[in-house]
Design a binder for this molecule. Structure first.
Ligand SMILES: Cc1ncc(COP(=O)(O)O)c(C=O)c1O
Length: 382
């Protein structure tokens, strides 16, 4: 840990989500290496990474995009210039025509959905698949586990006959969440065990997201060997992976500012110009304690220690406690780390709080502002 500089990003407005382009390029290069060495396609899941200002860059490295709604598919089509792989638990009748125009591959969540939309998708030249539920996931939090009892996501083997429905060319399986390649290895074994007889009937297998390939301890070489081995057994298959988190993983921060410091029965609470509930909901939902630059992640006896409060009136809108080498002051800059994947797509204007601006530090470390928000963003959604 180093001593906090007084102000490190004085030219950046507060609050602001800031993507660090050099870090994004590092992630994209690693994912490109996996694609090239394993001979697979990696596509960007917009649900985890919708920072569309960088889509032209993403396109230079990855094979495309995956969407779970009309709006995501349109964004990828307009900003990345690709037709998407699409999966949604259920499609909307009045959107389907437009959705199909942005789609190259489409997965159905049920046989009902297949019956309702297959013919129209086929007429548009879309390659169709079905999402399977292998009933195997190594995910601790039920909220993120697509294989929990009663899950609505995907078709169980017992509900699929020995032949896939007419025209189905692919299988889609998404059961991982921030997992490593060894979890994928065990998942692939289950897929082979339960759905192995169907694999010769298809031409693509989409292994979903949840592969945290860009995390420092991920065994990339193991992943490459695993995928090469699988491909050599099923040369008829193109393999697709669609991570979201792995693309934006540790590629930027949320800059905030201390607005006040209050003493609450001996606890020093620094109130920020951001909200955990409205701007970083995963910190409360998952939950996880966000890293703060220049702070000790856990309180250290004898050092100035603070709880950070959000600017909404929600009692639980706070996180702590963190220690610093020097006391904080009103006006100090607080940098919340790793706030690019999933954060921006999940922000709300709860309590009427404004949304953080959006910008990037380019490859020369210069700040570029993309967006500022205001009253209209609040009013528009009401
Ligand atoms: C079907 C599907 N694909 C891809 C993803 C992206 O997952 P991650 O961001 O964890 O890589 C998700 C996330 O929930 C998903 O539901």
């Amino acid at each position: 840990m180093s001593i906090r500089p007084q102000v490190s990003y004085s030219t950046i407005p507060s609050p602001c989500f800031v993507l660090e382009e050099n870090l994004l390029i590092k992630n994209l290069q690693l994912l490109q290496r996996v694609q090239q060495e394993a001979g697979i396609d990696i596509i960007c899941a917009l649900k985890g990474f919708s920072f569309y200002h960088e889509f032209p860059l993403v396109k230079q490295y990855l094979a495309g995009a995956t969407a779970s709604s009309l709006h995501e598919a349109r964004l990828a089509y307009e900003e990345m210039g690709v037709k998407c792989h699409v999966y949604s638990p259920a499609y909307l009748e009045h959107e389907f025509e437009e959705l199909a125009s942005y789609t190259s591959h489409l997965s159905f969540n049920s046989l009902n959905q297949y019956q309702q939309y297959y013919t129209r998708a086929k007429e548009k030249g879309i390659s169709c698949g079905v999402r399977i539920n292998p009933e195997y996931a190594e995910v601790d939090t039920d909220m993120y586990n697509p294989c929990v009892a009663g899950s609505r996501l995907g078709i169980r083997r017992s509900d699929l006959g020995s032949h896939l429905p007419d025209g189905i060319e692919g299988l889609h399986s998404h059961t991982l969440c921030e997992n490593d390649s060894f979890v994928l290895e065990r998942t692939l074994s289950v897929i082979e065990e339960k759905f192995g007889d169907l694999l010769p009937q298809i031409s693509w297998l989409n292994l979903g997201g949840g592969h945290l390939i860009t995390r420092a301890d991920y065994d990339v070489n193991h992943l490459i060997q695993l995928l090469k081995g699988f491909k050599s057994k099923y040369p008829n298959l193109s393999i697709i992976m669609e991570p979201g988190s792995a693309i934006g993983w540790q590629t930027g921060f949320l800059k905030s500012t201390v607005l006040d410091i209050v003493d609450s029965a001996g606890i020093q609470v620094a109130i920020l110009d951001v909200s955990f509930a409205a701007h970083m909901p995963d910190t409360l939902e998952m939950p996880y304690k966000p890293r703060i630059r220049y702070a000790y992640h856990e309180p250290v006896e004898g050092k100035p220690t603070y709880r950070f409060g959000g600017m909404t009136c929600l009692a639980g809108d706070y996180y702590g406690d963190y220690s610093f080498d020097e006391p904080l002051k009103i006006g100090d800059e607080i940098i919340l780390e790793d706030m690019i994947h999933y954060t921006m797509v999940k922000t709300t204007t709860f309590n009427g709080v404004n949304l953080p601006s959006i910008g990037k530090l380019n490859t020369r470390n210069e700040f570029v502002l993309y967006k500022r928000f205001g009253y209209e963003s609040f009013k528009d959604r009401l």
